[in-house]
Structures are given as structure tokens and as C-alpha cells.
Ligand binder design. Structure first.
Ligand code: SAM
Ligand code: SF4
Ligand code: SF4
Length: 340
């Protein structure tokens, strides 16, 4: 039953627990599975500055989400480190009482310069995306000239700044980078950092997704296990999206995120806000709920809280569980807007 106090819960009894905030829709990479250059080329219209939520607006909304049950916030994009002075936003969010986790997902190209400031501002952890150790494969995936060494420098800088262990996300796409599973596993084994393999997902409408291009979690696990035997680990907490494994020889752990072959909608507690203030209750939604308009029209905290609670209470999303049904073949928001 709906009340105006306490945590918000949706139609499947899933509480609101995590908030992902996209701080920009721009990116300096053009990953083929996210922002293919044919679509996100020179003519593409990104959001203008006035359309972006200001830091004050983000901070205010984040506080309301915390009131409604959110205790983890992740900053994302586009590339979040392209947003000017993003460390100031980190500092503002770090001051929110009730938050147990504040983190960021980044391609790390600017991390060597920014890790210290982020940590000093109060960032607690960081996730870095890295799809290959080989420069040619990396370039084919990211479609930019940034070398792998820059990303590795970024991971090192984050670690030295105290944002350790770093989580490293590798999206695996068949025919593109599956030959990089073992090199990346080898590189991060024993490093203290946690490599996580992610099944290629059908987010958005522009990445040409086909089921045939998905290297399944099972294939990934078998590939690693055949080289360095693995054993399953218990989740760190209920609803953890990665299936965790440890190397039997004690060289650390890896995770596999099976969004396609083993959907986890049943425990999905994530809300997402785009850089222009639209609330999405599922990564695969076609439309969001505009929070910027009421925010700028002078809505009070109570009004915004009631609005967000109402949206969450009506939530019945479970796209990944329904993926195979024809009824879900509808327009979807792009990953670079919603932020993963
Ligand atoms: N630019 C930052 C980065 O790449 O880390 C943050 C935004 S990015 C959209 C967030 C995450 O989504 C990245 O780890 C990226 O690899 C992942 N991602 C993007 N498109 C994906 C897809 N089609 N399937 C699976 N993961 C995807
Ligand atoms: Fe940019 Fe991240 Fe998307 Fe790659 S995955 S294009 S780095 S937003
Ligand atoms: Fe959550 Fe939607 Fe992904 Fe299911 S498909 S896990 S509801 S974001």
C-alpha cells in the first residue's frame, strides 16, 4: 500500500535501492556496441548545456531518492569525466547522509589526471571499462586512438589514490574481442582488481545487436575455467548482478554479468536519471519521466518525492525476463543517454 513515508517499493515488491546518474550524453569514445560512429557522427545532436541538470539540481534530486530508499549512487554517462568539475558534484553527493556507496563508471581515458581529485572529493570506488588488452582489438572496439596503456594508467592512478580494488568491466562481443578474455584475465589475476565480463546487451536501437553476437556467461566461464580453474562464490549482497568466482589457486576473483542469458529483473532495484533529468525505471525503457520540468517549475521536495514514489510504485519492468517475446521489440533508450 502506498504511504508517503519509508522506502518506495514497486509492483513486484522491489525496493528502490540504487540510483545511476548520467552526467553527460557525450563521450570521447565511439564503442561499437554503444555509440557506433555511423549514428553518433559529427551531425549528431547532443544535449545543450542548458538542457543538462545542474549540479545543484542533481544533488537535490539525489537527496530525494535517498529519502525514498536509495543508498548507492553511481555516476555515469556518456563519459562522466567529460563533465566539467565533476569532482565538485562528487563532493556534494558524498555529503548526503544515508548513502553507503558512491561510485562512477568511466572509460578511464581522463582518469590518470582526475583520480586524486575524485578520491579527495569523496568517491569511494570506481569501475573502469576495458574491452581488450591488445591495442588493435581495443581500437576496433572503442573506435578511438586512445591506447590501452592510458586506461591501464588510469586504473593504476585510481588504485594509488585509494579507489581500490578497481572493478574492470569487459563487454564481450563475438567476433570482436572474445580472444581477449584470457589476456585480460591473466593481466588482472593477482592484481587485487576485479575483472567482470559482461554479456553484450541489446540496449538502444543502434548497436545492431543479434543474439548470435552474445558470448554467453557459460562460454566465458568455461574459457577461463579451462585455463585457471574457478569455483563459485556467494554474492556479496542480495541482488548483486555479477556471478562471482574465485580462482582456485588463490589469485583473486572474477565476475560474470549474464544480463541476457540469466536475467536478474527479480532483484532489480535500479533507477536511472539521464543528463537532462529523465527518470527511467528500466535500462530498456522507451520513454522516461521528466523530472527537470517540475524541478525548474518550482516543485517542492514533497511534491517531487510524491511524484518519484508514484512512478516507482507503478513500476512493473522486467524486460530481460521477457526478452525473447516479440512484444518487447519496441524503441529503447540509447545506452549513452541512460548510462548502463
Ligand atoms: N563511458 C563510461 C564507460 O564506458 O565506462 C560510462 C558509460 S557506459 C554506457 C557504462 C557501461 O555500459 C560500460 O561498462 C559499457 O561497457 C557498458 N555498455 C555499453 N553498451 C553496452 C552493451 N550494448 N552491452 C553491454 N554493456 C554495455
Ligand atoms: Fe563511451 Fe562508455 Fe559508451 Fe564506450 S561504453 S561509447 S566509453 S559511453
Ligand atoms: Fe532491471 Fe530492466 Fe535490466 Fe530487468 S531489464 S534487470 S528490470 S533494468
Amino acid at each position: 500500500m502506498s504511504t508517503d513515508r519509508g522506502p518506495a517499493t514497486d509492483r513486484f515488491d522491489r525496493p528502490l535501492g540504487d540510483l545511476r546518474i548520467s552526467v553527460t550524453d557525450r563521450c570521447n569514445f565511439r564503442c561499437v556496441y554503444c555509440m557506433p560512429r555511423e549514428v553518433f557522427g559529427p551531425g549528431f545532436e547532443f544535449l545543450s548545456r542548458s538542457e543538462l541538470l545542474t549540479f545543484e539540481e542533481i544533488h537535490r534530486l539525489a537527496g530525494i531518492f535517498v529519502d525514498l530508499g536509495v543508498d548507492k549512487i553511481r555516476l555515469t554517462g556518456g563519459e562522466p569525466l567529460l563533465r566539467r568539475d565533476v569532482d565538485q558534484l562528487v563532493g556534494m553527493l558524498a555529503g548526503l547522509a544515508g548513502l553507503s556507496d558512491l561510485t562512477m563508471t568511466t572509460n578511464a581515458s581522463l582518469l590518470p589526471r582526475k583520480a586524486e581529485a575524485l578520491r579527495a572529493a569523496g568517491l569511494r570506488r570506481i569501475t573502469v571499462s576495458l574491452d581488450a588488452l591488445d591495442d588493435d582489438v581495443f581500437r576496433a572496439m572503442s573506435d578511438v586512438k586512445v591506447p590501452v596503456s592510458t586506461v591501464l594508467d588510469g586504473i593504476r592512478a585510481a588504485s594509488e589514490a585509494g579507489l581500490s580494488p578497481v572493478k574492470v568491466n569487459m563487454v564481450v562481443k563475438r567476433g570482436a574481442n572474445e580472444d581477449q578474455i584470457l589476456p585480460l584475465a591473466e593481466y588482472f589475476r593477482g592484481s587485487g582488481h576485479i575483472l567482470r565480463f559482461i554479456e553484450f546487451m541489446d540496449v538502444g536501437n543502434s548497436n545492431g545487436w543479434r543474439m548470435d553476437d552474445v558470448v554467453t556467461a557459460r562460454e566465458i566461464r568455461d574459457t577461463v575455467d579451462a585455463r585457471w580453474p574457478l569455483e563459485p562464490l556467494d554474492p556479496n549482497y542480495t541482488g548483486e548482478v555479477a556471478n562471482r568466482y574465485r580462482y582456485r589457486d588463490g589469485e583473486g576473483e572474477v565476475g560474470i554479468i549474464a544480463s541476457v542469458t540469466r536475467p536478474f529483473c527479480g532483484s532489480c532495484t535500479r533507477a536511472r536519471i539521464t543528463a537532462n533529468g529523465e527518470l527511467f525505471t528500466c535500462l530498456f525503457s522507451g520513454t522516461g519521466h521528466d523530472l527537470r520540468e517540475p524541478l525548474r517549475a518550482g516543485a517542492s521536495d514533497e511534491e517531487l518525492r510524491a511524484m518519484i514514489r508514484g512512478i516507482w510504485e507503478r513500476r512493473a519492468d522486467r524486460y530481460s525476463e521477457l526478452r525473447s517475446r516479440a512484444t518487447v521489440d519496441l524503441p529503447r533508450v540509447e545506452m549513452s543517454r541512460i548510462g548502463g
